[in-house]
Ligand binder design. Structure first.
Ligand code: URA
Length: 436
């Protein structure tokens, strides 16, 4: 076997690595015989020169097998998960999980925490008093078996190579690389023991990928990795130019998710939830097509099946299900500040990046991994792009605890709204579907 230095030099010079060399490298890095500085140089070489299809398949497989791979094949219902590349106001997993599970597809969902301007499902769920997301493998399985849905954090034993490599990439400017992102996401999803996977790949100002063509490339790469590993994967490309729904912030987003589960909620959030859920029911073999799936999903909201299932999951994960009946049990912020339209016209832009960063500055998100969040603060939008607005009409309410943080948030949110005299042309929320 060549040395790590020789492999780095080869990738630096645009050569290719064999399956065995990649397996050796990832194994060595996980075990400590390949050092952080060598892997940092390799990550940069991959960032600059990419991986071909065979290298990417080997890289993902080696990451996947760096730790435990879950096996739920004894649970006799299809297992399908959904993953979003992250956005502002993207609370879709929370209403989606109970709706899909109520239709008979099991979801062993492992989610992340918010970092930067995007929120994280775990932080949102933890705003429900008592709710725990740190489950050991036995408890993870038992909640999945009893509820058909479990909403937890990534297990320590799953894909340890990614835990190390992601932290290293974060510190070495090598995160935004399509082969490194796709192998990182897909190795973790493939370790969940799934029959199918639906990806929500976001594009636009508040997304990781600003350009739709980059989002398409990422989606196509991940769908290909899923197919190569026997997990049917479908991706939707969805817009993140404006926040999804009207609520940003942890408890705020739980409130809005409960609205969706009870049959209400803003149209864009409901649409993305139904579209992703429909793909999950089709992949799970419960629906023959997405039209049938949407009818079933809608029925879970009107019959009460979805909210009942969510109550059961909350209880199984030590949370207080009374939040469903009494939303005042969720944390809230003591003070609020309103932002109003400064002219008449049509709202033509509502910049999700600025709004996401403002939410983070209020304390709803983390600037650094070790920061603590304030579950009660957030931003409520009162208008969406395309709406007619009048001067003085409220565009958003910022709920806050500390005046200094409000001032910071107001500074970054400045210019987030664009008002024009003519109505903006509607932009599709769901731009495309990528299949293998
Ligand atoms: N999310 C991940 O899990 N990995 C990446 O590389 C980027 C986003």
């Amino acid at each position: 076997m060549p040395t790590a230095t020789e492999l780095i030099e080869r990738k630096r010079d645009r050569g290719r690595l064999t399956d065995d060399e990649i397996a050796w490298l990832i194994r060595g890095y996980t075990g400590g015989s390949v050092t952080d500085y060598q892997m940092a140089a390799m990550a940069m070489a991959v960032f600059l020169n990419g991986l071909d299809d065979a290298e990417l398949a080997a890289w993902t497989r080696s990451m996947l097998h760096s730790g435990e791979v879950l096996d739920f094949s004894d649970i006799p219902i299809p297992k399908v998960d959904k993953h979003s590349t992250g956005g502002v106001g993207d609370k879709v997993s929370i209403p989606l999980g109970p709706m899909v599970a109520a239709c008979g597809v099991a979801i062993p969902m492992m989610s992340g925490r918010g970092l930067g301007h995007t929120g994280g499902t775990l932080d949102k769920l933890e705003s429900i008093p008592g709710f725990t997301t740190g489950l050991d493998p036995a408890r993870f399985r038992s909640v999945l078996e009893s509820c058909g849905l479990v909403l937890a954090g990534q297990s320590e034993t799953l894909v340890p190579a990614d835990r190390k490599l992601y932290a290293l990439r974060d510190a070495t400017g090598t995160v935004p690389s399509i082969p490194l992102i796709s192998s990182s996401i897909m190795s973790k999803k493939l370790a969940e023991g799934l029959n199918g996977l639906v990806l929500d790949v976001k594009f636009g100002s508040g997304a990781f990928m600003k350009e739709i063509e980059r989002a398409r490339e990422l989606a196509t790469t991940m769908v290909g990795i899923g197919a190569a590993n026997g997990v049917e994967t479908v991706a939707l490309l969805t817009s993140m130019d404006a926040p999804l729904g009207l609520e940003i912030g942890n408890a705020n987003e739980i409130r809005e998710s409960l609205d969706v589960l009870e049959g209400g909620g803003p149209a864009d959030l409901v649409e993305v939830t139904l579209a992703l859920g429909a793909e999950m029911l089709v992949l799970g073999g419960v629906s023959k097509d997405t039209a049938d799936a949407r009818v079933r999903l809608e029925a879970t909201r009107t019959s009460g099946a979805a909210i009942e299932l969510f109550a059961k999951v909350i209880e199984a994960q030590d949370g207080d299900p009374r939040v469903i009946e009494d939303r005042s049990l969720l944390p809230s912020a003591p003070k609020s500040h309103e932002i109003a339209a400064d002219t008449d016209g049509f709202l033509s832009g509502c910049d999700s990046l600025k709004i996401g960063v403002a939410g983070m500055r209020l304390g709803a998100g983390r600037e650094r991994k070790e920061d603590t969040i304030d579950p009660g603060v957030g931003i409520t939008l009162h208008a969406k792009p395309g709406d007619r607005v009048a001067v003085g009409q409220p565009l958003a309410t910022l709920s806050y605890r500390h005046t200094a943080r409000l001032q910071e948030a107001l500074r970054v949110i400045d210019g987030a709204w664009e008002i024009t005299q003519t109505a903006p042309s509607p932009v599709p929320l769901i731009a495309d579907k990528i299949t293998a």
